[in-house]
Write a protein that binds this ligand. Structure first.
Ligand code: HEC
Ligand code: HEC
Ligand code: HEC
Ligand code: HEC
Ligand code: HEC
Ligand code: HEC
Ligand code: HEC
Ligand code: HEC
Ligand code: HEC
Ligand code: HEC
Length: 343
């Protein structure tokens, strides 16, 4: 009797082998499924406020000692149906495997998120959040540690003068401006970029709504036409030193030098203009003649003495409505007799 059992018939063998392989696989897939459910139900990432600085440091230390998994481990849970859409990253430059510098040619997901075993091995009973580097202004990971991940690659192969910039100083995260898991990062497109900046710069948004404005809301120019969000030398965030150069890079006809320069225009366009928006015409800080009279005393006008009639309440110059009706070459003149910017 026993002989028949022991005699390994190919059928039995296949069945036993099958069961022994399937059982753990079944168990694993069940656990996986629960975790995926878990990943779906837990919408919110762990917010900063939930952890103390000491707890964060402890977590970072654990992650620093963790081992690397691979992308398959990550996408087994963070799949296409996951609450947070991870997959659009595959449409971006970060997923160009042929580029040896790209994350996908290196530690894949973990190039940015850090080694994953603390996270992947977390018990179901524990919260999985807070066990791997996460990004954005609400993530548990301190901004400095987030940005270091990005800078590990971007300091070397791109001219980014981040350190010391106003945004770095104010602990703005790279991921507050950049969307990494989006096929088209909105901040890189001048049409969608202002919205990203306005998220923190509401005052500027209001400025661009005024009647005279640079055509940012029309999508014809982005903030980065004038600002380098990362900081940097000549074209930096705070562009005071080079405002004039910046302006004349587009408004070349105002560059000069002119035969007859108007001193303030040769110095800083923003002595008269405001860069974003104004309710005065031509982005002016003030209306003419008040603008001119900020610096020029009407009493000193040479024509005043030739005109004693006081016909127009004391000043024909204000009566003519605007200084620039006569002094039309307010940016400087190349006319031989343009010394007083009359032509
Ligand atoms: C076993 C399933 C599973 C695996 C494998 C897994 N994750 Fe997760 N992951 C989750 C769950 C569940 C959450 C949600 C946790 C929460 O919000 O409490 C999560 C959250 C995250 C977060 C947000 C963390 C936070 O603190 O807010 C990141 C980032 C992340 N996973 C990246 C990865 C990467 C990268 C890998 C591969 C190394 C990976 N995950 C592997 C299940 C998994
Ligand atoms: C180039 C860096 C980078 C790479 C590579 C990367 N991520 Fe991310 N990941 C981010 C950033 C930044 C965020 C924050 C959201 C955003 O910017 O889109 C994020 C967010 C996430 C979140 C959402 C966490 C939350 O707050 O709920 C998950 C999950 C995640 N990544 C998983 C992955 C997985 C899985 C991979 C690999 C397929 C991967 N990431 C590759 C940078 C990266
Ligand atoms: C492992 C290296 C690596 C890491 C880490 C990394 N990047 Fe990149 N990143 C690259 C490479 C390579 C490119 C493509 C550069 C190119 O084509 O010139 C790139 C491109 C970009 C671009 C331009 C995308 C485009 O479409 O032009 C942005 C923005 C960017 N990375 C931001 C980030 C941010 C933010 C982080 C951190 C969350 C980060 N990167 C982390 C390697 C990396
Ligand atoms: C305040 C918003 C903001 C922050 C914060 C920010 N960036 Fe950018 N980044 C931009 C804008 C805007 C552009 C597009 C610049 C342009 O069009 O000239 C850009 C472009 C890039 C590019 C592409 C550069 C190129 O020449 O193609 C990379 C790479 C990049 N950023 C990486 C980073 C990294 C790394 C950090 C964090 C250290 C970071 N950025 C922080 C706004 C930001
Ligand atoms: C996450 C919030 C945040 C985002 C998004 C952001 N900024 Fe800022 N920005 C700040 C903070 C904080 C400061 C410093 C305090 C201030 O001047 O308001 C700042 C300052 C600035 C300054 C003044 C620099 C100086 O030296 O005075 C400029 C210019 C600027 N940001 C441009 C931009 C542009 C352009 C974008 C979009 C590409 C942008 N910011 C997106 C937070 C942000
Ligand atoms: C035509 C060029 C130009 C454009 C376009 C532009 N800016 Fe500016 N911005 C300037 C100049 C010039 C200054 C003054 C700089 C200085 O004083 O050094 C400035 C100043 C700022 C400041 C600092 C304000 C303050 O009071 O200190 C912020 C913030 C800012 N810009 C944000 C933005 C944002 C956001 C956008 C896009 C929506 C944008 N800018 C578009 C030229 C520009
Ligand atoms: C990237 C190119 C660019 C830069 C840099 C630039 N401008 Fe302009 N500027 C424009 C464009 C485009 C218009 C709109 C022209 C139009 O609508 O016909 C404009 C319009 C103007 C106007 C007329 C606005 C009106 O309502 O009639 C003034 C004034 C002006 N810019 C001043 C400046 C000053 C001052 C600076 C430096 C802070 C500057 N521009 C920097 C492109 C630029
Ligand atoms: C002394 C004050 C003053 C200074 C400084 C000044 N502007 Fe003007 N700008 C004006 C006035 C006034 C107008 C309106 C002229 C009019 O009504 O025709 C104007 C108009 C403009 C216009 C729109 C109309 C046109 O002529 O194209 C542009 C563009 C412009 N300025 C650019 C600049 C640039 C660039 C600088 C710096 C190099 C600058 N301005 C410096 C006073 C000034
Ligand atoms: C920020 C101060 C400032 C503003 C605003 C200003 N100016 Fe001037 N303007 C000067 C200075 C400084 C000179 C050079 C004076 C000198 O060389 O004695 C000058 C010179 C002139 C001259 C030629 C004087 C000469 O003898 O060469 C005229 C005309 C003139 N400005 C008209 C105007 C008009 C019109 C406006 C308004 C649209 C205006 N200015 C706004 C500062 C200003
Ligand atoms: C009706 C035309 C007219 C108007 C309006 C006018 N000016 Fe003049 N302005 C002149 C003439 C003409 C001269 C040259 C006089 C000369 O060469 O002796 C002059 C000369 C000047 C000078 C040079 C003064 C000097 O000492 O050499 C300044 C500064 C000046 N104007 C400023 C202004 C200001 C500011 C306004 C507006 C409040 C204004 N002008 C309005 C016609 C005008």
């Amino acid at each position: 009797m026993w002989k028949t059992i022991v005699k390994p018939s190919p059928k039995w063998f296949a069945l036993i082998l099958g069961i022994s392989l399937l059982l753990p696989a079944y168990a694993a897939s069940k656990a996986d499924k629960e975790d995926k459910e878990d990943a779906k139900s837990d919408k919110k990432a762990v917010p900063t406020a939930m952890l103390t600085d000491e707890e964060k440091d402890a977590k970072l230390a654990l992650i620093a000692k963790a081992k690397f998994k691979d992308i398959d481990a990550c996408v087994s849970c963070h799949d296409a149906e996951n609450e947070f859409p991870v997959f659009p990253i595959f449409k971006t430059k970060h997923a160009v495997k042929a580029d040896p510098r790209s994350p996908m040619a290196n530690k894949e997901c973990e190039s940015c998120h850090g080694a994953g075993t603390v996270h992947t091995k977390a018990k179901k009973s524990e919260k999985r959040g807070g066990s791997i580097i996460n990004f954005g202004k609400n993530a548990w990971t301190p901004v400095k540690d987030q940005n270091e991940k990005c800078l590990a690659c971007h300091q070397t192969h791109q001219r980014i003068e981040w350190k010391g910039s106003t945004h770095a100083f104010n602990e703005v995260a790279c991921a507050s401006c950049h969307s990494i898991h989006t096929a088209k990062d909105p901040v890189l497109d001048r049409q969608t970029q202002p919205k990203v900046c306005f998220g923190c710069h509401a005052n500027e948004q209001a400025k661009f709504q005024q009647t005279s404005h640079h055509p940012v809301r029309e999508g014809k120019m982005g903030c980065s036409e004038c600002h380098d969000a990362h900081g940097g030398n000549a074209s930096g965030l705070k562009i005071k030193a080079s405002v004039r150069e910046k302006c004349t890079s587009c408004h070349a006809e105002k560059r000069g030098p002119f035969l007859w320069d108007h001193a303030p225009a040769a110095e800083d366009c923003n002595l008269c203009h405001t860069p974003h928006g104004s309710n005065q015409p031509a982005l002016l800080k003030k209306r003419v003649p008040q603008l001119c009279q900020e610096c020029h005393s009407p009493a000193g006008h040479p024509s005043v003495s030739y005109n004693g009639s006081k016909l127009l309440a004391g000043s024909m110059f204000l009566g003519a409505k605007s200084c620039s009706n006569c002094h039309s070459a307010v940016h400087g003149s190349n006319h031989p007799s343009g010394v007083t910017q009359l032509r």
